[in-house]
Design a binder for this molecule. Sequence first.
Ligand SMILES: C[S@@+](CC[C@H](N)C(=O)[O-])C[C@H]1O[C@@H](n2cnc3c(N)ncnc32)[C@H](O)[C@@H]1O
Length: 238
Amino acid sequence: MQDKESYIHNLFTRIAEKYDLINDVMTGSLHRSWKKTLVEHAAQALRDKTNTRILDLCTGTGDIADLWIADSRVSEIIAIDTCAPMLASGYKKLKKKYQGDPPKLKMLEADALELYYPHEHFDAVTISFGLRNVKDADKCLAEIYRVLKPGGYFACLDLGHPSIPFIDWLYKKVFLKMVPTLGASFAKDKDAYQYLIDSLNTWPSQKTLSEAMYDFGFKRSYYKNIMLGAIGIVVAEK
Ligand SMILES: C[S@@+](CC[C@H](N)C(=O)[O-])C[C@H]1O[C@@H](n2cnc3c(N)ncnc32)[C@H](O)[C@@H]1O
């Protein structure tokens, strides 16, 4: 049995080219608006500042980084991922969109668990569908807290657990059951999408994750349900 890190790396290497297409198919493109909401919450950190620095972890194909580009208060976006094929696929997409190198953005192959940045370096840190996939989420959260400036915001978008039992049942026993089949059709990789769904079994609810933020030192934390809690955004202020 491979460890989680190499399993995840191989999984995203296999699906990198099809990743964006499958996200659109599986969510009816709704993931785009969820990602916008994530960035809006994290952008509370920017207030009336200029020249701010953003870190997007587990950036994959760079959707969140792209949203930050549009914010004129941001001068630098560091977007990191351990999977080079995901970064390459994202960079290709953004180069096409911006007809050249995407402005303000550095996409780097690096580990979210060992950030090569000094303490209190970033105004905001975002992570979308990433924290559930890292080998050690606690280590990742400790690193995020370390590199955030005081008053900086962390925002995390991920699958959630609906609090209404019937909706939770419908989501997990009906909707999520279809995901591996869609993965098999569009990415020819049922196992990859089976893993992504199974990983929800050990993933905390957005409420639990939000409460845990205080243990990492954050002074304020809240969560927002999307799609009746099937998707959750957790926001924390340092
Ligand atoms: C589901 S994708 C999310 C991509 C993108 N953020 C999005 O929302 O579409 C998860 C990403 O996490 C990356 N990842 C997993 N562990 C990582 C780590 N320790 N450091 C950086 N990236 C990691 C994977 O390579 C993959 O690209």
